[in-house]
Design a protein around this ligand. Sequence first.
Ligand SMILES: Cc1cc2nc3c(=O)[nH]c(=O)nc-3n(C[C@H](O)[C@H](O)[C@H](O)COP(=O)(O)O)c2cc1C
Length: 228
Amino acid sequence: MFNSLFQLGSLTVPNRVLLSPLAGVSDAPFRRICQEMGAGLTYIEMLSAAGMPHENRKTGELLYRDPAEPILGAQMTGATPEIMARGAEILMQRDLPIETLDINMGCPVKKIVSRGCGSAIVKDPKRAGDILRTTREAVSVPVTAKIRIGFTQHDHTVEAVCRELALAGTEMLTIHGRTRDDGYSAPVRYDRIQEGFAAADAAAVDGRFGKSATGTCLISLPPGPWPN
Ligand SMILES: Cc1cc2nc3c(=O)[nH]c(=O)nc-3n(C[C@H](O)[C@H](O)[C@H](O)COP(=O)(O)O)c2cc1C
């Protein structure tokens, strides 16, 4: 199951083992170890779209690709379609290069959320879709999104967000089966993950997008129905 090719839009990933972007962890040496152990797609640490026009030292350090890395993705977060698209454009002008871009709509950190980024984006499904659509128009690589099932435990927006992202043409949808308020410890809501994918499937224009779920494990599947 994990050894077959994975199509992410125009990008062929050699297997279905993905290393999620991990802030403070997934630097180039760590990625190289994971690639050598078989990871088909790895990502650089999350970038801030708002920070891209005036790149600081920390961002500069993150923007490094070891020449031996076979495929590399980036992850970025931005509060508005315009900020996100501009940040993505600047990233693409860098000589990294990267093969795919994931939009972070799940980070729970206060500093990120207070700026309308990360998991704050799932409060507003339409904005989530607009951010993805505008970013797709700005770059030539496949664009994907990673979301949480909602912001608070009482307000699960997962279905509406998945619908908007599918309509906006995401190439892959990763659902972290917790809300922002759940942090990393609450039980994972596999039922809500399933409902999110069902909503996306119903809305997807051509029905073709990858699916992956995270929360205590990570599963990636090719386009098609999510198994029961
Ligand atoms: C230290 C750490 C850093 C993380 N950084 C990111 C990140 O930059 N982007 C992201 O999408 N998820 C990030 N995550 C979330 C994980 O990718 C994963 O979705 C989450 O931990 C849920 O899975 P788990 O219950 O197995 O931990 C991070 C998680 C940890 C523990």
